[in-house]
Every structure is written in structure tokens, then in C-alpha cells.
Write a protein that binds this ligand. Structure first.
Ligand code: FES
Length: 103
């Protein structure tokens, strides 16, 4: 099994921030929202568009291309045009460092 991937220190990931990391060569967006860290595959399931930088509110991230919203906690699409979920990854805070676990 692969090792967890370091995202960075919590001080570099303040509330409301987003960043991108690679997990097993795949782009993953990490979001700090309302006190929790979420990690999702950085690809909208509608048309293969990155989610990084999308508006985050009410526990959802919005794809900027056509406006689909995905639940950060589950990856499930909550608005069209996306119908397939985004893969999610488990996050972990260990000391003052944030990690993402590979699938
Ligand atoms: S590419 Fe994301 S909603 Fe269309």
C-alpha cells in the first residue's frame, strides 16, 4: 500500500483555502472548509475540468465550467450537469501536518 501524501502544514492551509497535490500521479484538490479538510479528485465528472479554484459553500464545491456542485464529504453530485460522483480521498491531520491517503 502506498504511503500517505503530505499536503503541508496546517498554517499553509487556512480556512477557505484550496491546494492541489498529486496522489499516485493523479491530481487531487484539498479544501479546508468549516474546520475540516477534504480531498477530491481534481476532475469534474461532467467534462474533465479541474475543480481547483471552484467556489466552496455549504459543504459543496462548484465546477466553474458549467456549475455542477459536488459534496466535499462524499463526492456526490448535487446539481446537474454532473451525474457521476467524484472520487474522494481520506485526509488526516497529524501534529500540524495535513496528509491525504491514497485510494
Ligand atoms: S465540466 Fe464541470 S460542470 Fe461541466
Amino acid at each position: 500500500m502506498s504511503e500517505r501524501v503530505l499536503v503541508g502544514p496546517t498554517t499553509d492551509l487556512p480556512e477557505g483555502s484550496q491546494t492541489e497535490i498529486k496522489v499516485d500521479g493523479v491530481s487531487v484538490v484539498v479544501v479546508h472548509h468549516e474546520g475540516a479538510y477534504y480531498a477530491l479528485r481534481n476532475n469534474c465528472t461532467h467534462k474533465d475540468y479541474p475543480l481547483l479554484g471552484g467556489d466552496v459553500s455549504l459543504g459543496r464545491i462548484t465546477c466553474e465550467k458549467h456549475g455542477a456542485k459536488f459534496e466535499l464529504a462524499t463526492g456526490k453530485p448535487r446539481t446537474l450537469p454532473a451525474v457521476k460522483p467524484v472520487r474522494i480521498y481520506r485526509t488526516e491531520v497529524d501534529g500540524d501536518q495535513v496528509y491525504v491517503h491514497p485510494l
